[in-house]
Ligand binder design. Structure first.
Ligand code: GLU
Length: 307
């Protein structure tokens, strides 16, 4: 995919986030007015991360390039609770954004020296490989196919593919999708999986971002949206009473931090940063302030995969 298309795709995603807000949808994780509605952790704020001003990553070509400057981190902008950009304030929030911030801090970059770039699922490998982004943190499943093109730190979380449907839908799991129209996102693992003949879907509609799929579900042009349960829960929370997550996950999606394939020094620095923040409690605090606000308590973080 060419950069021009990537930028256009990102623009679509951002434009959609704007229109969703304009329609009066509330409940984005950085929406302060939403704080009264969560569970026990509703008042939680993400932690502040100690910046390591003496950071160095010997042998990392990417770090050499950005040392003392700015780190560019790719993420999503339309996934509340994970990677969301408030269209008004431009503030980024969500668990992925917090993971990005804690790793950046360990690499010596404070908030003023992090540039977040919105990159849709489809453009991740090209953006990482071309150096358009230095790291990518955005519901990015680690798998062998992707490892041919990029490297992965982590995992830092494990999600599972699930379904988002209308509140009155009779769909209870992937076995109920025969003859149904399902929406997912180009370049994602859930789109690929749902096309498998065993599910028998009538149409697997591909969009540029999940917010666009949610719109299709609300309009009634598809019967379900499929992707990671972690992502779908954010949309269900924004559409309480109208949409629901089926809650019958049918895959494992370990989230990794995407980086240049051969930069093993950077990969190890990212792994160390994740482990350190899991150990000092930041990971849990970040979870509680973002994904945890849906009411689902944190499971222990997965072990780092040093492949
Ligand atoms: N985790 C899945 C993937 O990496 C789905 C979410 C996404 O598209 O970011 O493909």
């Amino acid at each position: 995919m060419k950069l021009r298309n990537t930028a256009a795709a990102a623009a679509v995603v951002v434009a959609l986030a704007v229109s969703a807000t304009a329609c009066g949808k509330s409940g984005s994780p950085d929406d302060k007015s939403d704080k009264s509605s969560g569970g026990a952790s509703a008042a939680a704020e993400p932690p502040k991360y100690q910046v390591n001003s003496a950071a160095d990553v010997k042998g990392s070509s990417v770090f050499e390039k950005i040392k003392g400057k700015t780190i560019t981190i790719g993420t999503k902008a339309d996934q509340p609770g994970l990677g969301f950009e408030n269209p008004g304030t431009k503030k980024r929030s969500g668990f992925d954004v917090e993971i990005a911030r804690m790793i950046a801090a360990d690499l010596g970059f404070d908030e003023a020296h992090i540039k977040f770039a919105t990159v849709p699922s489809e453009a991740r490998e090209t953006q990482i490989a071309s150096g358009g982004v230095d790291l990518y943190v955005g519901t990015y499943t680690i798998n062998d196919e992707r490892k041919k093109q990029v490297g992965f730190g982590g995992p830092y979380y494990v999600a599972g593919q699930d379904l988002l449907v209308k509140a009155d839908s009779s769909i209870k799991g992937p076995d109920d999708l025969k003859g149904k129209k399902v929406c997912s996102v180009t370049g994602s693992t859930p789109l690929k999986r749902i096309k498998e003949p065993k599910y028998g879907v009538a149409e697997a509609k591909a969009q540029q971002g999940y917010q666009l799929c949610v719109q299709e579900l609300v309009n009634g042009s598809v019967d379900a949206v499929t992707t990671d349960d972690s992502i779908l829960k954010g949309y269900a929370a924004e559409n309480k009473g109208a949409l629901k997550v089926v809650g019958n996950p049918f895959s494992k999606e370990p989230y990794g931090v995407g980086l240049k394939k051969d930069d093993t020094a950077l990969r190890e620095a990212v792994n160390k940063a994740i482990e350190a923040h899991e150990k000092n409690g930041d990971w849990k605090k970040a979870y509680d302030a973002t994904l945890g606000r849906s009411g689902v308590p944190a499971s222990p973080p997965p072990a780092i995969d040093r492949y």
